[in-house]
Design a binder for this molecule. Structure first.
Ligand code: HEC
Length: 147
């Protein structure tokens, strides 16, 4: 049973009226959508900071930390999409092709891990060799996010 359905059923059992329960489920959907958008914004902030470093406009000391933050945010992504809450800028294809969506998250994770390893081995200067495309943002957005 979907999270939302379970919750609505639980509220009805608890004596809450059907319309109040579905209003609650709607509010919860909005919170789930907001949550995943906040995580995406966190990724955006980290990717933007990495971009500043790569252009040489700010010192590169924090570069690994930015990639690590990106890694954590990427790991935080899957759980919230598992709830199957449609809406926001997410396309229904995410849940119709879950294995592919999930694989894109794996690819993003491994691209970020490779970046971290490369920089750890060769120093912050090697960050220039790490293509931002390896982060997998565009590849996923092109398929699963509304234009
Ligand atoms: C596996 C798929 C996937 C990957 C990888 C991914 N995103 Fe997203 N992103 C999405 C989806 C789906 C949405 C739409 C979320 C919604 O509104 O329901 C989104 C939305 C966003 C948004 C808009 C958030 C808002 O405020 O509405 C930003 C910014 C964003 N992503 C940045 C990034 C960045 C930067 C990366 C890479 C470092 C990234 N994303 C990687 C799937 C992905």
């Amino acid at each position: 049973m979907k999270f939302k359905t379970k919750l609505a059923a639980g509220l009805i059992l608890a004596g809450v009226t059907l319309s109040a329960a579905s209003a609650w489920a709607f509010v919860l959907d909005e919170m789930v959508i907001d949550y995943r958008q906040q995580i995406m914004k966190a990724k955006d902030a980290q990717a933007t900071a990495i971009g500043h470093i790569l252009t040489g406009t700010v010192p590169n000391d924090n570069i690994v930390l930015h990639f690590e933050s990106l890694l954590l945010a990427t790991r935080q992504t899957r759980k919230i999409f598992e709830l199957e809450v449609q809406g926001g800028d997410s396309l229904p294809g995410i849940w119709e092709n879950w294995d592919d969506f999930s694989a894109k998250l794996d690819t993003a994770e491994s691209g970020i891990n490779t970046a971290i390893e490369t920089i750890n081995q060769h120093g912050p200067g090697a960050a220039g060799d790490v293509a931002l495309a390896a982060l997998g943002c565009k590849s996923c957005h092109d398929t699963y996010r509304k234009k």
